[in-house]
Design a protein around this ligand. Structure first.
Ligand code: DGL
Length: 265
């Protein structure tokens, strides 16, 4: 048994979709969330910058005494996870591997991927899928406007519908669409309407939650029978974050501002 918190990291509010899934699966765990809102968006940054920012995020979470870190960001997972994963004493998980494992079990072969520019450039999802499912036919597209729209809380209005329609218009028939950026599950209703019910939308959060549970179970580090707490840190406080995240979690949240000079780097 280990009651230390699980650390979750993203550039903004997107990782809260992972936190939500983790909280549902592991209600007894404590969570510390870090949103690097000061440097959002990550999607347009270089690989080198993403690696540095990811290291800073993990270091901050380790200072909060976490027992495991989830990089709840497709952009950071695809470009930094392999570079940083082995540098730490605690498990560092990303969103790609557990999600691809799930897709493999469902025997999906016609797969779409939408993600940030950096994630698509890295081919992180494609390479992981082809390794597990060599016969997969993958179509992918970068959707750089979607994450900023979600940060703004525009997840179900006219603009969101138009932008989603435009990005998805060239996709051919597929079995499943990977929401390759953790902000995108907040647009799931609009995306599902656009694609129709037959296409399964794949939300990484649920699959990372399963992997986390397995790892903690194996190392006998699950928390004991109390209801877990959530603590949220942002590098820049955002009113919109409060609104979007509160709605998503269906609870009022308290946000702590990271004191960068002393706590962050
Ligand atoms: N939520 C992030 C992802 O999964 C990134 C959005 C961004 O910072 O551009 O890729």
């Amino acid at each position: 048994m280990d009651n230390r918190p699980i650390g979750i990291f993203d550039s903004g509010v997107g990782g809260m979709t992972v936190l939500k899934a983790m909280k549902e699966k592991l209600p007894e765990e404590n969570f510390i969330y870090l949103g690097d809102t000061k440097r959002f968006p990550y999607g347009s940054k270089s690989k080198q910058t993403i690696i540095e920012l990811t290291k800073n995020g993990i270091d901050f979470l380790l200072k909060q005494n976490v027992k495991l870190v989830v990089i709840a960001c497709g952009t950071a997972t695809s470009q930094a996870l392999k570079e940083v994963q082995n540098n730490y004493q605690v498990p560092i998980l990303g969103v790609i591997e557990p999600t691809v494992q799930y897709i493999q079990t469902k025997q999906k072969t016609k797969i779409g991927v939408i993600a940030t520019t950096g994630t698509i450039r890295s081919r992180g999802w494609e390479n992981a899928i082809l390794q597990q499912i060599p016969e997969a036919q993958i179509q992918s597209i970068a959707c750089p406007l979607l994450a900023p729209m979600v940060e703004e809380g525009w997840t179900d209005n006219k603009i969101a519908k138009l932008v989603v329609k435009e990005y998805l218009k060239n996709f051919e028939k597929m079995d499943a669409l990977i929401l390759g950026c953790t902000h995108y599950p907040l647009l799931a209703t609009v995306i599902q309407k656009q694609l129709g019910k037959k296409v399964e939308l794949i939300n990484a959060g649920e699959h990372v939650a399963v992997q986390t549970q397995n790892i903690l179970q194996m190392s006998e580090q699950l928390a004991d029978g109390h209801s877990g707490k959530i603590k949220i840190y942002l590098t820049e406080t955002e009113e919109k974050f409060h609104q979007v995240a509160g709605q998503l979690l269906q609870q009022d949240i308290i946000i702590h501002q990271v004191q960068e000079e002393t706590e962050f780097i």
